[in-house]
Write a new protein. Structure first.
Length: 180
């Protein structure tokens, strides 16, 4: 690392921190891959420091272990997020094809009109699917939308928990690594 200019060191450190903060705040937006963005920020720094290869073998092993564990948290957190939202909505009687249509609407509109616009599009899609599928039953359609929004909030809490663990472990890599 010493052959690189000091500005690059701090620039990459800043990039890593900024990506992790974007990921953290992005967790509040439905369908923004916040855990993945946090992970990419950690990957940038891990590659730059060569996974602490220049430190003791113990520090190097810990860095790799923590990064692998954070990778698993990122994958599991993303899957749980989708499962929580789908399961609760499905329990309200929305068919899987309606949930898939809602996800598609969230994704397409979320790209164009921000993730909050995507959430609104997904909720509207669930409402329309249920309203017409159940012969214009407003109450059932409303309950399905309520389930989607409640599960979205629950999934956000789960994502925040996963992110807290990922960020906490990354602080271990930065400051309290055994074998330094």
């Amino acid at each position: 690392m010493s052959w690189l200019p000091a500005g690059l060191h701090w620039g990459l450190f800043a990039l890593s921190i900024i990506l992790q903060l974007i990921g953290l705040f992005g967790l509040f937006l439905v369908y923004f891959p916040g855990l993945t963005v946090i992970w990419v920020g950690q990957l940038v720094w891990a590659i730059y420091i060569h996974f602490n290869h220049n430190l003791s073998p113990l520090a190097h092993a810990w860095t790799i272990g923590i990064f692998v564990f954070n990778s698993l948290l990122m994958i599991i957190g993303g899957l749980i997020d989708n499962v929580v939202m789908a399961r609760k909505t499905y329990k309200e009687g929305v068919p899987w094809w309606g949930i898939g249509l809602s996800w598609l609407a969230m994704l397409m509109i979320g790209i164009v009109a921000t993730p909050l616009g995507g959430l609104a599009a997904g909720a509207l899609t669930i409402f329309v699917v249920q309203y017409f599928r159940l012969e214009q039953d407003f109450t059932s359609a409303y309950q399905a939308v309520k389930a989607l929004l409640a599960s979205s909030l629950q999934a956000t809490v789960y994502r925040l928990g996963f992110a807290a663990v990922m960020l906490g472990l990354w602080l271990v890599v930065l400051f309290w690594l055994p074998g330094r």
